[in-house]
Every structure is written in C-alpha cells, then in structure tokens.
Design a protein around this ligand. Structure first.
Ligand code: AMP
Length: 280
C-alpha cells in the first residue's frame, strides 16, 4: 500500500492509476479503524480497481466543546489494517493540506433543510463541516465511487444530496452498519465507554428493534417515540432524540401515506454520544 501525505502525492497516484485505465473508489474516514471501516474497504474493492482510504480528523465538523482534541489518532495501526484489507493507498493529509487558507478562511458548503434537524440541531455546523470536507476530498481525489456507512444515516443522506445538487460525477454508495455481537454499532467512540457503560450501550440497538416492531404492529409514531425515550432513560442514557422518520428525507412520517421508515437514536452515556439507526 502507498501512503500519500500531500495533495501532490495523492494526485500523482490517482493520475498514474487513471493512465492505467483503473477506476478509483474513495473511503473517507477519521481513522482509528475498526471492522465497520474495513467492511467499507472490502465493499469499495468490489466497486473499483483501486481503493483509497483517507484518514483525516476534520476540525470543521467538531463543535467547540466536542472531542476533536481527544479523538483517537492511530495512524500506524490504521496503515497496517488498510494494507491488510487490500487498500491501494492511504491519504493522510494534515490540516493545512485540506484547508490551505486556514480553517477560519475556508470555503464552506451548506445543505439546507436536512442539515438542521436531528444531529444537525444538536451539533450546529456539524454537517456543513462534513459536507465541506467530503467535497474537498472529492475534488482532491476525483473518485468514481465514494463509499459511506449507513451507520451515519443522516450524513449519507446529506452527501447523496450534495452530489446530486452540485452535479458531482462521483457515485455515492451506502453500506450496512457493522455491529458487535451484542448489537452495538461499531464506532471509534465506543472506546470512551467504561465497562459499565459498554454493558449498557446495546440498549440502543434493542430499542431500535423494538421501535421497528412497534411500527410494524401499527403503533403510532408518538407512542413509539415516547416508549423509546422511556427505555433509554431507564437504561441510563440521556437521549438527544429517539425518532421515526421517513427514510427518504428524514421528514416526519405521515401516518396516512406510509413508505420506508427509519428509526434513529442519538443518546449520551456519560460524556459519550452514541448514534445508531435501523431502516425498515
Ligand atoms: P468515521 O471514521 O467515524 O468518520 O467513519 C468513516 C466511515 O465509516 C463513514 O462512512 C461511516 O459511516 C462508516 N462507519 C463508521 N462506523 C461504521 C460501522 N459500524 N459500520 C459501517 N460503517 C461504519
């Protein structure tokens, strides 16, 4: 596996692959890789001849009181895991490479509407930071395909809309959430949990499944959401939201015209904020 640190190195690699007739899949990550990320690498492999993973803890998607500084940075281990997974290149830029004018002067792209709800209302500016860094990575690497996890359901929806709205050439593809045996969605933030919190954490997944079953049994959204909040609080969580939404655009569900839905939860356990979802 090759490692690129500068934009010049990354573009040279991509240009070489293109001259050989190979297409390129991009897997953006913040590093500290786990099986969820590696499943995306494997899926990317089946889509394109070449796979690039980016490892970049993006400052613009963290709020002032969030975990940007303590976010786990494990580039050496990440490189080994990517190489083992058959990734062709790791792009490991520093902040100046991604934001040449500095973060304060950086251009930003906003996706109105869907960026302001759910995680967007709890984390103001988060999705502008995400959309902006993803657009930067797209421009740097010019991938044919970009792979994202459904774990971050709202993020995936926003990136799909970004690509469509700005006529980006890249094909955005989503892949299912990878879970631990007890159902907890894998996340780099799970390691913030102490033993008792880790034991409590799978309540999120159980609650999502119960929300799905209740909807399938015809229970009203308000009922299902109230029960989910109750369960989460009883399990020691402080929920930001536990909700049923239209899976196509995250708008509130209309009981009259029912289509695909998604149950979504964001909840705090101590200082750790966990998110998960279940489309059905
Ligand atoms: P992150 O490093 O957390 O920014 O995640 C990088 C990519 O991996 C995003 O597309 C995430 O949605 C995806 N991802 C994170 N956790 C999982 C998981 N448990 N299963 C599948 N994809 C995941």
């Amino acid at each position: 596996m090759q490692t690129a640190v500068t934009l010049v190195q990354m573009r040279a690699l991509a240009a070489q692959w293109r001259s050989e007739g190979d297409d390129i899949a991009l897997v953006p990550t913040m590093g500290n890789l786990h099986r969820g990320h590696l499943a995306l690498i494997a899926a990317a492999r089946t889509n394109c001849r070449r796979v690039v993973a980016t490892v970049f803890v993006n400052p613009t998607q963290f709020g002032p009181n969030e975990d940007f500084v303590r976010y786990p940075r494990t580039a050496t281990e990440d490189a080994q895991q990517l190489a083992d997974a058959g990734c062709d290149a790791m792009f490991l830029p520093n902040v100046d490479e991604v934001y040449p004018l500095g973060v304060a002067n950086a251009a930003r792209v906003e996706m109105p509407g869907v960026s302001g709800i759910l995680c967007g209302s709890v984390r103001p500016g988060h999705f502008a930071g995400v959309a902006s860094v993803v657009l930067r990575l797209f421009n740097m690497i010019e991938p044919d395909v970009a792979c994202f996890g459904e774990k971050d359901f709202q993020q995936l929806l926003i990136i799909r809309r970004l690509a469509r709205d700005l006529s980006l050439r890249v094909r955005v593809v989503g892949f299912p959430t990878v879970r631990a045996d007890d159902g907890l969605a894998l996340s780099s933030r799970n390691q913030y949990l102490d033993a008792a919190q880790r034991a409590a954490a799978p309540a999120i997944w159980r609650t999502l499944q119960r929300m799905r079953e209740a909807r399938r049994a015809g229970e009203a959204v308000a009922e299902v959401e109230a029960q989910a909040h109750f369960t989460l609080i009883a399990s020691g969580f402080l929920p930001d939201y536990a909700t049923i939404r239209d899976a196509s655009d995250l708008s509130p569900v209309s009981e009259a015209a029912r289509g695909p839905e998604v149950a979504l939860i964001a909840a705090r356990l101590g200082n750790t904020r966990l998110i998960d979802n279940l489309p059905f």
